[in-house]
Design a protein around this ligand. Structure first.
Ligand code: GLC
Length: 649
């Protein structure tokens, strides 16, 4: 949209910074002008009436200009390659792993020597869990940042991180790191100044003299860590005030009604962009806007701020995509891809937390109907955006999907969730799963689940009882879970250790900085001797590793699996089987997953629901060709087995 005054103003700021708008800075200038009206209107809808709003806007534009000027040629060339490729992150050739640098390989400087292991597995995209400075013992796994620009000594230095990025770039790998947007550590310099009583920095947070407003907020804000950190405010004895702390008491919520906070954090976002980050994981975006009388989650202003960030990133670091870590109800998750004019223009990627939890639901019940009922919502994702698909990550598994999906499958929502919690926390007799309840809310009985992929799939209990058949079943369950998440669409994100069958690690209980948080049970310390067993044919590690690797290889050879919004679910002919079709002009791939412990039978009619009458199918998993039978006969699927069937005749 053309806006004379705005464009003149921006042009004058560009002249002030001596931009060569007709030459080397032309593309940047074009992007800036093209996005200027959107940036101004998003910014003004939040800060237009703020006394420092106008200065803040100039500051924002100057941040964009300076980011561009500081962006290396190598990164600008990579931006250009990505722009030419279109939405590069939709590709079937990207597969990721999320890892803690210290627990994976000690230091950042050791990471490049592990690239061969990762690339052999088929991983070319790394999510490094937070490496910026975070106080030991009060770090929430690095999500309580005390300096957004200083790498914590326990991982190495900023130069080490730059070196890792450089080597990844050379090896055509992609990097993701976090921006912890919602809060800082109480040791951050802003928090320290706030404690000293400096009003300017007290305004960076939600600080109150007494409990009046905190009590009003608390009345409607759900508790995130009710066991270890009840309520959403903490008393700061240094200045005698209450500060909002939605997560732990050492994580102070930033106040985004203050444009100085937005600009400072935008500066940090671009600091990461110019380090060469390919996907920026926006931690906990659902929480960044607070409003009295609400849950203070998923508010419209939070979306406006994300849209504003996205338009700014597109101007100065167009190759960097944004991942929104919104672990919220399915209808709310969808809004993080943008709505209205901004559909497809907010976060490029979001966690498919609903699907992840629904796979755990199906594994515990042997019934896929709840998963199927939820797809109606999940399929609304706009074209051009994608999911991050996963079975486990560093966090707990929440069961926050809609009650309506549970009811649609014929279950009672409360009883159903109760069963799942008992099944995965080892209190249900006969369950092979080993896990624990996380953040039980004594008032509502809500709880989430901790535990590693292998332990929740039954490997820990099977190994303990040295039961070979149970070990086989557990391995099959692990592969079933991974296979569905790899082929559903989106970027598969493995969690480190899962490729080698790591079971729960209970050593966190002996560490007072961790013992209050049982998510540490599924954050292993890698023992490379164990990982070497991935090469010993027949070992459990090798069985899981080689199958995971093969699944990723199959995926990267099938462009139909890239996320072109090309997925159609088959109707429920067999309640134990989750089945969908991926189709494009070149190919059709049926993906079928049996979540039951018994052999499942799927009528051949199921393959004809989408207007295709296949006669021959190639199963990429077994390498065998299968003839399609008549409608009254069945495809036989082994217990916890799956097929990846491409139509070849
Ligand atoms: C995100 C992180 C989680 C952390 C929380 C607070 O949800 O994934 O680990 O505890 O944010 O930063």
């Amino acid at each position: 949209m053309y806006q004379y005054n705005l464009h003149q103003h921006i042009t004058s700021l560009c002249e002030k910074h001596k931009l060569d708008t007709g030459g080397k800075d032309r593309l940047f200038f074009t992007r800036l002008i093209a996005n200027a009206a959107a940036i101004a209107s998003l910014y003004n809808s939040i800060y237009g009436n703020h006394p420092k709003g106008k200065d803040g806007f100039d500051h924002l534009i100057e941040t964009l200009i300076n980011t561009h000027l500081g962006r290396s040629n190598a990164l600008q060339e990579r931006d250009h390659r990505k722009e030419t490729a279109g939405n590069w992150f939709l590709s079937n050739r990207i597969a990721g792993m999320s890892l803690y640098v210290d627990r994976f390989c000690g230091k950042l400087s050791n990471l490049p020597e592990k690239f061969a292991y990762l690339k052999n597995l088929g991983v070319n995209f790394l999510h490094l869990m937070p490496v910026f400075e975070s106080p030991d013992g009060e770090s929430d796994g690095g999500y309580a940042v005390s300096d957004f620009r200083k790498v914590d000594e326990r991982f190495g230095t900023l130069e080490d991180l730059q070196d890792v990025q450089q080597q990844m770039l050379e090896q055509d790998m992609y990097l993701m790191i976090d921006i912890v947007l919602n809060h800082t550590s109480h040791h951050h310099e802003w928090a320290k100044k706030a404690k000293e009583g400096v009003a300017e920095f007290q305004d960076y947070y939600y600080m109150y003299n007494d409990r009046t407003l905190p009590d009003q907020f608390d009345a409607t804000m759900p508790e995130i860590f009710p066991e270890s950190s009840p309520g959403s405010f903490s008393y700061v004895k240094e200045c005698g005030k209450w500060v909002m702390t939605v997560f732990h008491n050492y994580q102070w919520d930033l106040n985004y009604t203050n444009p100085a906070v937005f600009n400072a954090m935008l500066g940090n976002i671009f600091f990461y962009a110019n380090l060469g980050v390919d996907i920026l994981r926006i931690d906990a975006p659902a929480f960044i806007w607070k409003q009295l009388g609400t849950t203070c989650q998923n508010l419209p202003e939070a979306h406006t701020l994300l849209q504003l960030i996205r338009q700014c990133v597109q101007v100065s670091a167009p190759g960097m995509a944004l991942l929104g870590e919104a672990i919220v109800a399915p209808k709310e998750i969808m809004k993080y891809f943008g709505t209205g004019l901004y559909t497809g223009k907010e976060c490029d990627v979001a966690y498919n937390a609903t699907q992840m939890a629904l796979q755990w639901d199906a594994l515990a019940t042997g019934d896929t109907r709840v998963m199927l009922a939820a797809q109606q919502d999940l399929l609304q994702k706009p074209f051009g955006c994608t999911w991050l698909t996963y079975t486990r990550c560093h966090d707990d598994i929440g069961l926050g999907y809609e009650d309506a999906s549970i009811a649609a499958a014929g279950f009672h929502a409360y009883e159903h969730r109760k069963y799942l919690k008992e099944y995965y926390s080892s209190s249900y007799t006969g369950s092979p799963a080993r896990g624990a309840l996380f953040s039980v809310n004594p008032k509502t009985q809500d709880a989430r689940i901790s535990g590693s992929l292998a332990s929740l799939c039954g490997l820990e209990s099977a190994m303990e009882s040295e039961d070979a058949a149970a070990i086989d079943t557990a391995v099959n369950r692990i592969l079933l879970m991974q296979a569905q998440s790899f082929f559903l669409g989106g970027i598969p994100m493995l969690f480190y250790g899962d490729e080698a069958g790591y079971t729960n690690d209970y050593s966190y209980l002996a560490d007072t900085g961790k013992s209050y948080d049982n998510r540490w049970m599924h954050r292993p310390v890698i023992d490379w001797k164990k990982n070497l067993r991935t090469k010993e044919a027949g070992s459990i590690e090798a069985r899981i590793f080689s199958a995971t690797k093969r699944l990723l290889q199959i995926r990267s050879g099938l462009p139909v699996v890239s996320d072109k919004k090309n997925i159609s679910w088959l109707t429920a002919h067999n309640i134990h089987v989750a089945a969908f079709l991926r189709a494009d002009a070149q190919s059709r791939l049926y993906c079928l997953f049996n979540y039951s412990s018994k052999t499942a039978y799927l009528t051949w009619y199921a393959f004809k629901e989408h207007g295709i009458i296949p006669t021959k199918l190639l199963d990429h998993w077994s390498g065998k060709k299968i003839s399609v039978g008549p409608d009254h006969e069945y495809l036989v699927i082994a217990p916890y087995g799956f097929y990846l069937l491409e139509v070849v005749g």
